[in-house]
Design a protein around this ligand. Structure first.
Ligand code: 3HC
Length: 311
């Protein structure tokens, strides 16, 4: 019966074997993967919107080319992840419809506005920095298709983080007005970036099971702490001030102590009341409508090719 199947499944997980689409898996394992991978894919797609806002206003051709390349990468990350999700017997159409209808979650961070060019630097530096911290352990996820998608995505993410940090460095070393822009962006993106790692472990309903199934390899709080420890020295190098008066090095623990996250803000953003939630859904639906002709043309072309091949 199932208990024997469950036992054998868990033995494979414990032996660090990969679970592949054709393998038997508990329904809960499949469901939590569909939940996480689809939300991850939606995050990549919605994440293109705040950055797309600055393509026509990039300060130089080099910055414009780097931003275009990064956004194109994010679209590809979304497609790898939707494909990984389809191996779990959900259709791409179903996932896309859930997002368009506002029924699907995506990372809270993308509900914040990108109001100046410095935001593009802060997004690359902090948001992609946090995403890398979160995605590197996911390369060791027990589900084969997700793990392989992560390995490929992680290869491209380091360029995203580096181009963002270079923008911040240029601004921090620029005029007083440019340095103020960089500081303003850090002030607005720091705390929402910490929220990307999810609730505190004690308030995380999925963590325990996700760790038993080796989907989550490192806890929310541990990854968040690693991100803080790596990022504070980078802010120091930029000559920028972290917007957290409680932040200080703790020689005893070997980590930075930092202030309390505003979990009420986090909850509001997840409930759809963030600064840009409605705007993101409107823009996503508009883009989907405007792209309809491309999908129809691609389907018509595929149909003609099939008919020719069959003739
Ligand atoms: N934004 C939105 N929802 C969040 C969230 C956030 N920052 N953090 C947690 N949540 C949600 C969870 O999805 C869950 O809700 P659900 O049951 O409706 O799915 C609930 O809050 C409880 O959180 P848990 O910690 O119990 O849930 P998880 O075990 O799933 O952990 C996670 C949350 C760490 C985000 C995990 O889902 C994960 O690692 N996801 C994959 C990676 C990812 O999505 N990273 C952020 C995307 S940014 C990105 O990749 C784009 C980059 O290229 C710029």
């Amino acid at each position: 019966g199932d208990s024997e199947l469950e036992r054998r499944f868990q033995a494979k997980i414990d032996a660090d074997e990969k679970i592949e689409p054709k393998d038997w898996m508990p329904e809960g394992y499949r469901k939590t993967l569909v939940r996480q991978i689809s939300q991850h894919a939606h995050s990549e797609v919605v994440g293109m919107l705040p950055e797309g806002n600055w393509i026509t206003r990039a300060p130089s051709l080099r910055r414009k080319a780097a931003l275009l390349a990064k956004i194109q990468d994010e679209a590809g990350h979304g497609l790898y992840l939707y494909s990984a999700c389809e191996t779990l017997n959900v259709s791409r159409q179903e996932l896309v419809d859930q997002l368009l209808e506002g029924k699907a979650k995506y990372s809270s961070i993308f509900n914040y506005p990108s109001t100046t060019w410095a935001d593009i630097g802060a997004i690359g530096w902090l948001v992609d920095g946090a995403a890398i911290m979160n995605q590197v352990p996911l390369q060791r996820c027990s589900y084969g298709p997700y793990s392989r998608a992560m390995i490929r995505i992680c290869k491209e993410e380091s360029f995203h983080q580096r181009q963002g940090y270079e923008i911040m460095l240029t601004l921090a070393r620029g005029t007083a007005a440019q340095k103020r822009m960089a500081q303003d962006a850090l002030n607005r993106w720091w705390w929402p970036s910490l929220m990307m790692f999810g609730p505190n472990d004690k308030d995380s309903p999925h963590s325990a099971q996700s760790m038993r199934w080796k989907i989550k390899r490192v806890s929310n709080d541990e990854l968040r702490q690693k991100f803080v420890d790596v990022t504070v020295p980078q802010a120091d190098f930029l000559g920028l001030t972290m917007p957290d008066p409680a932040l200080r090095w703790n020689a005893g623990s070997g980590h930075y102590d930092f202030g309390e996250i505003d979990w009420e803000e986090f909850k509001q953003v997840l409930q759809g009341n963030g600064p840009c939630n409605r705007e993101r859904m409107r823009d996503r639906n508009r883009a989907h409508e405007r792209g309809r002709w491309v999908r129809e043309a691609a389907l018509a072309h595929a149909e003609k090719r099939r008919a020719r091949a069959a003739a």
